[in-house]
Design a binder for this molecule. Structure first.
Ligand code: ASP
Ligand code: MG
Length: 466
């Protein structure tokens, strides 16, 4: 089987963690073709990418020596790990290479300071350096563990547009380059260690795929190489039925459908971003979420398919405001919904939930709390005429509510699910303020007051025996 696997920043955050990574790769390689994608190192006291970005901004403010104290710390961090995991001869070569990369960064920071301006293009040169360093370190550590391995800069594989800072891959060219470069390595039994997060334009100018972009790199390569599976090694045992801080008995979901994963990501569960895994979902490539620090655990397998005929997980978005626009004249007032949404969009507020009963007397919508006040201000402006005609009589805001979302793609067409959700609310004495269910029926969302949020999540978790 061909597997593309990604290790996140914490999974490569120390010599001990990287030793685990080497053991995982070495073991996987016994039965699979393996391509590794790595993030920059997140050591407990040094988050590489954040540090690099901060140095770039300091340079733009005129501090031409901004890398002067950053470069030695990065060198020390990475070489300290190398000393533990790579053979001495490898360490010397690695150090020469890292020094050259960091010198380049110092030159760059001086130029930025002279110009007094940091373009997104220059920022990408800075921010992507952590992955370049780390791929070399991990490849050396793998060789130290007896695994033939080679670092590969994704600038030669992932061809993107030129939206610096959040570039998108040009999939056909990327697939061609990746196959050309990586398949011979796999055929020769070597493990490519590819930099996450970065790519380059057709002209070869380095870009980045956006913060957290290493997951995206992994998906792009998984799709390009026709991987049989793509594995994301994280610091948790997969996707959980609920936040364990709220529901102590939350457990790992062994299986999840793509659409359930997307719903969960949207509703704040810390899984994979839907955009990130789109290349895999499109090709129906199965995804696993596994724990670097507990590799025996089977984790969560995410794939096509419909899931059980029940709810799978329950999650909550906090810090939400609910706005209700109502009045007797709203019945049959064509275009009022469109104007409401346009006004909210003008305020720059992101609508999380919408609900309107068919009596059309009111529309309610939820937005992040920080965006509530400006949304209301825009609504009052937009609907001023309707107000004076009394078609619209109130715009009310509940300042602090929680959206609780029950997710499961098998809920579709299964009667009784909503009954159980609301039965659980009733039994727990929780007042439901608003309800929404999309017609895909993957998700039932309820709005409850902030102080009821945790109790609602627990009650639902219990009632479905998740
Ligand atoms: N190192 C990059 C970041 O911190 C990419 C990643 O970790 O996925 O955003
Ligand atoms: Mg990260």
């Amino acid at each position: 089987m061909r597997v593309v696997m990604k290790f996140g920043g914490t999974s490569v955050g120390s010599a001990d963690a990287i030793r685990r990574v080497a053991a995982i790769v070495s073991e996987s390689r016994q039965s699979h073709e393996v391509v590794v994608v790595v993030s920059a190192m997140n050591a407990p006291d040094l988050r590489t990418t954040d540090t690099l970005i901060a140095a770039a901004h300091a340079a733009a403010r005129g501090d031409g020596g901004s890398t002067a104290h950053v470069a030695p710390r990065l060198l020390e961090l990475h070489m300290g790990v190398a000393a533990e995991l790579a053979p001495p001869a490898e360490c010397a070569a690695l150090e020469t290479e890292l020094r050259a990369m960091l010198d380049y960064l110092s030159d760059l920071s001086r130029s930025i300071a002279v110009l007094g301006e940091l373009t997104p293009r220059a920022l990408d040169l800075f921010s992507g350096l952590g992955e370049r360093i780390n791929a070399r370190l991990i490849a050396a550590a793998l060789r130290g563990a007896g695994v033939p391995s080679q670092a590969v800069d994704a600038t030669g594989l992932i061809i993107t547009d030129d939206r610096y800072g959040s570039a998108s891959p040009l999939m056909e060219e990327t697939a061609e380059r990746s196959r050309e470069r990586l398949l011979p390595m796999l055929a020769s039994g070597s493990v490519p260690v590819v930099t996450g997060f970065i790519g380059a334009t057709r002209a070869g100018v380095p870009t980045t795929l956006g913060r957290g972009g290493s997951d995206y790199t992994c998906s792009i390569l998984g799709a390009s190489l026709d991987a049989d599976e793509v594995w994301f090694w994280k610091e948790v045992d997969g996707v959980l039925t609920a936040n364990p801080k709220v529901v102590p008995e939350a457990r790992t979901l062994r299986q999840l459908s793509y659409s359930e994963m997307a719903e969960l990501a949207y509703y704040g569960a810390n899984v994979l971003h839907p955009k990130t895994v789109q290349p895999l979902v499109q090709r129906r490539i199965p995804i696993r979420i596994l724990n670097t620090f507990n590799p025996q655990h089977p984790g969560t397998l995410i794939g096509a398919g419909r899931g059980d005929r029940t709810a799978r997980a329950v999650t909550a978005i906090r810090e939400v405001s609910m706005i209700t626009v109502g009045g007797p004249g709203m019945l049959g007032l064509a275009g009022v919904a469109a104007r409401i949404f346009t006004a909210v969009a003008r305020a720059g507020a992101n609508i999380l939930l919408i609900s309107q009963a068919s009596s059309e007397q009111s529309v309610c919508l939820s937005v992040p709390r920080a965006e509530g006040a400006s949304a209301v201000a825009e609504l009052r402006k937009e609907l001023a005429a309707e107000f004076s005609d009394h078609d619209v009589e109130h715009i009310e805001v509940l300042d602090s509510v929680v959206i609780v979302a029950v997710v499961g793609s098998g809920m579709r067409g299964t009667p009784g699910i909503a009954g159980r959700v609301f039965g659980a609310m009733g039994a727990a004495g929780i007042n439901v303020i608003a309800i929404a269910q999309g017609s895909t029926e993957n998700n039932i969302s309820l709005v409850v007051s902030a102080e009821d949020g945790d109790a609602a999540v627990r009650a639902i978790h219990r009632s479905f025996a998740l």
